[in-house]
Unconditional design. Structure first.
Lengths: 408, 408
């Protein structure tokens, strides 16, 4: 391989650039001459917005900075390739651009949709007899990819959630009054991130009292009663962590339950308040005590200053393994994490047909959801704890973490 | 001094326990036998909920852990002492408890209201000829105390805001689409924390585009037009940081402008959405582009894993200086920070009459608010930059920052 190209797609993570660094550094180490980057994923690629990464990632210090930079260095997109049939012109255009730039291998760092892109491109390449290799590098904070033990990006988001929940539980204990804190955590369909709030619990922290995942239906009345019960038991501060995607038995999301604002968006839809804001207001009215809502929001996926070393390292290795696989002639594959043991934590890398992972969603196993759907089992703790272990010391300049930035 | 007592009051900060550690460690170093702590401030003191801190802070490692623990270790309260006149029985009760426990000096870590407590207790002591000393140890993330150059707690909150805004600006640049991010930052009346968002700006980050403080009236129409103007200039991602306390010219808060929820609270008030949520909805309707709101929320005051070393050290020193002052016979005083120079940053400690600081609010100087009320001057950057410098490495256990916790 003399020339390769790499892109990033979908929502960013705290370590998505560590995978990019893994692709770049490994490629250079094995003698690849040029590592191109596509701006804004396949969308930018189609507009031939391509950069020579060697001009911007100049040395090992830049590689280290890149590994500590949150949010896709090359920019991202939410563009899904259409079916091949009937759209051959688009696919031909992609292969023309690849040929024009003498590109031997194409790497795409992303989630479900990105794996679909790799599946389609490798299928079309096979059909056309092309020897260009296509490799998927998984990432997503949501941890919802099939087959792989977990996804790069999840560990750092889980670490941020565990640490901030821990600090927040402390904050909630400061006054000697009845108070409910409702924390909203990302993950519309899969509860992996919300479940991670349980990791706040330990010798020095009581952790959250209640945890609700989107894997089960949510009952606002039962929720209110559960909190009333805890308060009656003498516990003044109650902390409940809920997924942004919790919904009623009929499928209606909690954030759709009223709390309409006065505005409509450009599609004419009434805008909605958040899940935690709705529940906090509901509890204040029902229980008559102080309540507050906290959204961890996008900070979960960009809080790279608190990234997990395990996650950052695995993200790097997954990128590097994709390059090695392509250099050995593999195509249409994705690199997976294969856990050998929880304690000590041992995790190997594997290669797998990308078709098996594209468009499949992995949820939290039902048996890990306990206490009538209000808490998380120790099996989850055993699974997730190793993934948040270790710190990536940020390179601090002027009191803030320094980042590597691609010029416009 | 053989026996002293210390309490914490008002909202917590990331370094409020570093001041507590400063009081404790310095007292022990100068030969104080017993350091009592009052649970939940003066409120717990009145219920004689008093602990011997030496039983729980057993060695220097515990002191280090205490310095890294967010949220008041001893618990807090929002209790303001009534006027002395007509409430002598209450004051006598306080002095009885002090005498009963042979307490020589009383230290109170807090903001405006806590300094008022020190002012009243020292006045009453003087009136009664008591030789118990009363000292104020300032803290508040809001930085709104008079006379002192800044307050312990502000630097760490400002560092959290600067770092998270920086990471968030990166997150906002990932897609090649028009998008507005509205960030809500604490500080109802004084804009110090919101102004700190400007510190995100640097070689590797464009920082926020707009910053609105509560020191000036806010005009939603002008705000919308300003963003439209920036978008017309070709900038796709716009980040606006607003104080939770921005208000119209008639004094009405932005968060009161509609967006009522379906619930009333226990006082019969309609509950309100947040400032950023309201503005984000408004902009989506007006501009027709993607918008999102982010509230930094309580994380600003409990994100101790990202505390400023400068702030943590000063918080410790201020606690220690209060003990030394009391041991020299001072009473009715507060320890202040007195800056000698910005660069290199040099800051000394001073003692000041607590009456001058109690109940006074310090706002951001008008001349530091620029661009027609939409940005912050370099004078602020010079002022605030040294306060966020340096890191306090958290003691990480199992991937999370470890804390020292007072048993119930």
């Amino acid at each position: 391989m003399k020339k390769i190209i790499v892109g990033q797609s979908g929502g960013p993570t705290s370590v998505i650039n560590s995978s990019l660094a893994g692709v770049y550094k490994t490629a250079r180490d094995i003698g690849v001459e040029t590592v191109f980057g596509m701006r804004n994923g396949i969308q930018g690629f189609l507009e031939e917005r391509i950069v020579d990464m060697g001009q911007y990632v100049r040395n090992d210090l830049d590689v280290e900075l890149l590994r500590r930079t949150p949010s896709s260095y090359l920019g991202s997109c939410r563009y899904k390739l259409p079916e091949i049939k009937g759209n051959e012109a688009l696919y031909d255009k992609i292969f023309d651009i690849l040929k024009k730039n003498d590109i031997d291998a194409f790497f795409y760092i992303g989630g479900n949709d990105s794996m679909d892109t790799i599946a389609k491109l490798s299928a079309y390449g096979k059909e056309k007899g092309s020897d260009i290799r296509f490799m998927g590098v998984p990432k997503t904070i949501d941890n919802d990819l099939a087959i792989t033990d977990h996804t790069p990006g999840f560990g750092s988001a889980a670490k941020f959630i565990a640490a901030m929940t821990k600090e927040l539980v402390r904050d909630s204990l400061v006054y000697d009054i009845e108070q409910v804190t409702v924390v909203e955590i990302m993950g519309r369909n899969a509860g992996w991130l919300t479940a991670s709030a349980v990791l706040a619990k330990g010798d020095d922290n009581e952790g959250p009292d209640l945890i609700y995942l989107p894997e089960l239906d949510f009952d606002p009345k039962a929720f209110t009663e559960k909190i009333r019960e805890i308060q009656k038991g003498g516990k003044k501060s109650v902390v409940a962590c809920v997924s942004e995607g919790i919904h009623l038995a009929d499928g209606k999301y909690v954030f759709e339950m009223g709390s309409h604002t006065d505005f409509v968006d450009s599609f004419g839809h009434k805008q909605l308040s958040g899940t935690a804001a709705f529940l906090s207001n509901m509890l204040s009215a029902e229980l008559g005590c102080k309540t507050r809502s906290i959204e961890f929001s996008a900070l979960q996926r960009c809080g790279a200053h608190l990234a997990s070393y395990t996650d950052n390292k695995e993200a790097f290795n997954v990128g590097g393994a994709a390059v090695k696989a392509a250099s050995e002639g593999e195509t249409g594959k994705v690199i997976l994490l294969e856990r050998a043991s929880d304690d000590p934590y041992v995790c190997a890398l594997g290669r797998h047909d990308v078709n098996d992972i594209a468009n499949v969603e992995k949820k939290v196993p039902m048996e890990w959801i306990t206490n009538g759907g209000t808490f998380i089992s120790n099996d989850f703790v055993r699974y997730a704890s190793p993934l948040i272990e270790g710190e990536v010391s940020p390179i601090m300049v002027g009191g803030k973490p320094a980042h590597l930035v691609l010029p416009k």
